[in-house]
Design a protein around this ligand. Structure first.
Ligand SMILES: NC(=O)c1ccc[n+]([C@@H]2O[C@H](COP(=O)([O-])OP(=O)(O)OC[C@H]3O[C@@H](n4cnc5c(N)ncnc54)[C@H](OP(=O)(O)O)[C@@H]3O)[C@@H](O)[C@H]2O)c1
Length: 264
């Protein structure tokens, strides 16, 4: 049976989740409530039948599943506001970066099914990679939350201690991949394509490469071997990229992001 979902915090991610839920038909619009203080920015979702409100308490009272999607510094105040209505028959999912389940528990002082989920912005088009961990959840509740995020992309269950790493590889990873595509577009323009054609070729080629790995389960190097003719242009370009520190700079970038999140 379908559950009512409240998204507390209708910003970039909260709105993207609402859009994804609508597109996937996981929920009817009438079963979704989304909140923020300035509700005017959510008129598109309102027009599509989603309940838009600034009242977090009412949204929680009327819902079975609560998705918290606010900035980390806003969490304590909002949890204090809604904690009396977070009864143990509800499922609570936080997509907030860096706030531990134990920190949420310390504020709400109740034992209810608690999930942390780390999606990325591709959730708006049902192509997220979402890493999930949980506490006090039954198999049925875990299945429900996995199913919800599965409709919005792919899901993997991880230990909570890997949530920061998941933020880097999955959520920040969108930015790394887009910068890679942008660089290819710039190169493509220099070798003769107009910007629109270069964008399409670069983006579709990355999409195809990713699908090759996802659908076959092969290692990237196996697919690279198929493209690198001896003495050919691909290996010449790849080796030049490596001489310039391509793999090393990507690895160092991922680790620099991780060091930053781990420190802050
Ligand atoms: N963006 C990503 O790719 C991504 C991925 C994974 C996780 N996350 C995490 O998801 C969280 C949200 O990120 P975001 O990028 O969506 O941030 P955002 O765009 O700033 O959204 C936060 C929203 O919360 C609303 N808000 C603030 N106080 C509120 C209150 N008292 N009651 C109800 N709503 C309130 C704000 O709107 P008003 O000011 O109008 O209230 C704002 O629209 C962050 O913790 C982030 O780390 C983000």
């Amino acid at each position: 049976m379908s559950k009512n979902i409240a998204i507390i915090g209708g910003g970039n991610l909260g709105s993207a989740i609402a859009e994804g839920l609508l597109k996937s038909k996981f929920n009817k619009a009438s079963e979704i409530t989304i909140t923020k203080r300035n509700t005017a920015t959510l008129h598109v979702l309102k027009d599509r039948g989603i309940t838009v409100t600034a009242n977090n308490v009412e949204a929680v009272q009327q819902s079975d599943v609560i998705i918290l999607a606010v900035k980390p510094f806003q969490v304590a105040d909002i949890l204090s506001e809604i904690k009396n209505d977070l009864t143990k028959n509800k499922v609570f999912i936080s997509v907030v970066t860096g706030v531990l389940i134990s920190e949420i528990e310390a504020i709400i002082q109740q034992k209810l099914p608690l999930f942390r989920a780390m999606p990325n912005t591709a959730i708006a088009i049902q192509q997220s990679m979402t890493c999930i961990c949980s506490k006090h959840a039954t198999v049925k509740e875990i299945d429900y939350v996995n199913d919800l995020f599965d409709k919005l992309g792919s899901v993997v269950t991880i230990d909570e201690k890997l949530m920061e790493a998941a933020t880097i590889l999955g959520a920040c990873g969108i930015a790394y991949a887009l910068r890679f595509i942008r660089a290819n577009i710039q190169g493509g323009i220099e070798i003769g394509f107009d910007a629109a054609t270069a964008s399409l070729i670069a983006a579709q080629t990355v999409k195809g490469s990713a699908e090759l790995l996802i659908q076959t389960g092969r290692h990237p190097e196996q697919e690279i071997d198929k493209v690198t003719t001896p003495k050919g242009c691909t290996i010449a370009g790849l080796n030049e990229m490596e001489h310039r520190g391509f793999s090393s700079s990507l690895i160092r970038g991922v680790v620099a992001s991780y060091n930053k999140i781990a420190k802050d």
